[in-house]
Design a protein around this ligand. Sequence first.
Ligand code: PMP
Length: 350
Amino acid sequence: MKKYNFYAGPSILPAEILNEAAKAVQNLEGTGLSILEISHRSPAFTAIIQEAQELVLELTGLQGKGYKVLFLQGGASLQFLMVAQNLMRTKAAYLNTGRWSSSAIQEAQLFGEVIEVASSADKNFTYIPTDYSIAEDIDYFHCTSNNTVAGTQIKEFPTLQAPLVCDMSSDLFSRMLDYSKFGLIYAGAQKNLGPAGTTLVIIKESILGKVNRQIPTMLDYKTHLAKKSVFNTPSVYAIYVSLLTLRALKEQGGMAAIEKKNKKKATLFYQALDALPAFEGIVEAAARSLMNITFKLTDSSRQEEFDNTWQKAGFVGLKGHRSVGGYRASLYNAQPLENVERLIDLLNKF
Ligand code: PMP
């Protein structure tokens, strides 16, 4: 039975990429060796990580602008800590838009003063605050571009003197942005890029070296920059599969083409939600995410009936996060339009 995968992460990967990734387990691109058994210092892997790093800069338009790309471990969760440890002298500003921003704030508080410029916690993170100001004397400003749990997305980013740091775990490579606005971008791979196990960090080198504290070797961005992301053994396989995604993104026409597809899918889905009396979106219209769409039944007594309906039809991963309830459809880059249309059909019939 065909499965329709709407998990929020780890999440759907294109069938062609899964095929190629499977082939590489037997024989990596004609080397006669498995991707699982080659040294991370071999010429084959060096070529893989370099190509991936170059493609990241190319797709984001950051080539030649002083940025470097790292593939680290520890997930986006470790970045909550590394960002603060590497960048915070005394104080930083944070925008609190959800579960993951809150975790980032908690870790940053270990290293200095955190100014929460605004929060949407008062309405269970169903909107993105826009009315706030950011002091000029901060070390950096941190925000979460897409809130995977709540289903909101920042549409416009502030322009600042201080570095803009962004957790783009659930919408990196999904839209056109002026990526040069950011001093540091990080994202766990397991949504729009590849399998879990590697975390992409794009960093403008000039923002480093401003703190006095001693940073443990593995947690210091400079360690990884100096060794081109192979200071120690990186997640070789996760990086390889991420490279396959990056190649496909380029072949498909880059950010402009992917944004167009993502807008089409999300618009269709929100239109259906707005038209059907049995369902309603959970978040404010202006903050609606193109990646994670949260919705609920208007009559919650029909929950069991609805759950049986989608589960029997082969849909997976539609349950909302426990802090939000309801449902969540994740429409990442790899989610085909056909799957979104099938889900809309299902809602229509229900
Ligand atoms: N930030 C965001 C926006 C996320 O969606 C997630 C994971 N769902 C995280 C951070 C945490 O990522 P990880 O599990 O890679 O630590």
